[in-house]
Design a protein around this ligand. Sequence first.
Ligand SMILES: [Zn+2]
Ligand SMILES: [Zn+2]
Length: 222
Amino acid sequence: MTDETQTRAKAGAMIVPVTPFEQNCTIIWCEATRKAVVIDPGGDVPRILAAIKQADVTVEKIWLTHGHIDHVGGAADLRDALKVPIEGPHQADGFMLDHVVDSGARFGMTGVRDFKTDRFLEEGDQVEIGELTFDILHCPGHSPGSVVYFSKELRFAHVGDVLFAGSVGRTDLPGGSHATLIRSIKEKLLSLGDDVGFICGHGAGSSIGQERMTNPFITGEL
Ligand SMILES: [Zn+2]
Ligand SMILES: [Zn+2]
């Protein structure tokens, strides 16, 4: 059995684009237990609930990559609907969770609520869903409290808005820093290995190797 087949057998994923920002709300599950996590429920909670039903999995946790409205706007409602804890982001994004309503007003998103996470995450923490374990990498720059969820076993990461296929996260929002973002990517993500595939917060996913070789923000062309 190749590693790839093994990976496919161990976990499943479904992307549900939510909010006017087409944010990749992601359901990831452990195939052995059918236990699942919803990453970044930014909004459109009824659509997320329908996708969970379609995947036929049991959601036990909500994970947040960072505090931006398009990633957290539906977190409070989804937590109420599923009665599950919210983990993440890093504490440095805590102030954003206290101002979800204000932020929603600025970006034209109504029906959102401020909330508290059940657990802030730090570099080196581990989180689990079923039999899957993910390491937490604190990757500031796009936002001060952005975290990446990395499964060594699956050779897979969910990178939020830190890194995109052919691009990187914007850094013009509060607490953003382009230099810090590029340092996070080079120091924490490139070292994960070229074979690591990732899902990101917007658009198509990619792999670390593909981005290391062709992403102009990493190769130095931009
Ligand atoms: Zn963002
Ligand atoms: Zn985003």
